[in-house]
Design a protein around this ligand. Structure first.
Ligand code: PGA
Length: 254
């Protein structure tokens, strides 16, 4: 049975004081209000907050994630943070291939492959993002776009390593725009991704893979999105910055 997950991607928001306050509120509210302990809750604060936040949260209930890691294991790479460093302060998952990293930092499939491998080597879980841009959606070739992103990175993994990843489908046109994919649009592509996984690694692996939806997911639309068979939760940007909204989304699971 695959895991349902709600993951908060804080992006480059909050200074340390705000971030610790947010993590503290989320921690309290998860313990008090989220009765279903099987729902995975992940938060991905900025790198600078990870060490402090790791001390604040109940790690039995909340998993700490990072938003990125270096593509090299170690060495003279000024300003970079390695997968091993992240793992040394309690990080258990790393978001990789987010469309903002692809668009603004030129991340290619090749870079992402190295990062995915390093994250797995350091016993953390890659949350691998894919998704099409607006023109690709309008031209109707979003299936090919998503297929290419998945096939050229995570399908190079062994079956055993692929089983460690979470996929996040995030249509670029829905990220931070207030425009959400309809639940039918999300279901259509999630089912397609699951079919691709099944063709590559077999039905059992496909059925066990968590596929998250991301893009303007909020308490008011989460229930409808999560009600779809192949939508196993969400990767949440803006709405993860308010504890009440984030908890509201977690509680949207039926
Ligand atoms: P959003 O961001 O929820 O603010 O649209 C989602 C994401 O980029 O992960």
């Amino acid at each position: 049975m695959r895991k349902q997950i709600v993951a908060g991607n804080w992006k480059m928001h909050t200074c340390l004081q705000e971030g610790t306050a947010l993590a503290t509120s989320i921690n309290k509210m998860v313990k008090k209000e989220v009765n279903n302990k099987d729902t995975g809750v992940i938060i991905a604060p900025p790198h600078t907050h990870l060490s402090v936040v790791s001390q604040l949260i109940d790690t039995d209930r909340i998993c700490l994630a990072a938003q990125n890691c270096a593509s090299e294991a170690k060495g003279a790479y000024t300003g970079e943070v390695s997968a091993k460093m992240l793992s040394s302060f309690g990080v258990k998952a790393v978001i990789l291939g987010h469309s903002e990293r692809r668009a603004y930092y030129g991340e290619t499939n090749e870079t992402l492959m190295k990062k995915v491998n390093l994250v797995i080597e350091n016993e953390m879980k890659p949350i691998f993002c894919c998704g099409e841009k607006l023109d690709q959606r309008e031209a109707g070739n979003y299936f090919e776009v998503v297929k290419e992103q998945i096939e050229n990175v995570v399908f190079n993994l062994s079956k055993e390593d692929f089983e460690k990843i979470v996929i996040a489908y995030e249509p670029v046109w829905a990220i931070g725009t207030g425009k959400t994919a309809s639940s039918d649009q999300a279901q259509e592509i999630h089912a397609y991704i699951r079919k691709l996984i099944s063709q590559k690694f077999g039905n059992e692996v496909a059925e066990n893979t968590t596929i998250l939806y991301g893009g303007s997911c909020k308490p008011s639309n989460a229930e409808e999105l999560f009600s779809k068979k192949d939508v196993d939760g969400g990767l949440i940007g803006g709405a993860s910055l308010k504890a009440e909204d984030f908890i509201g989304i977690i509680k949207a699971f039926k």
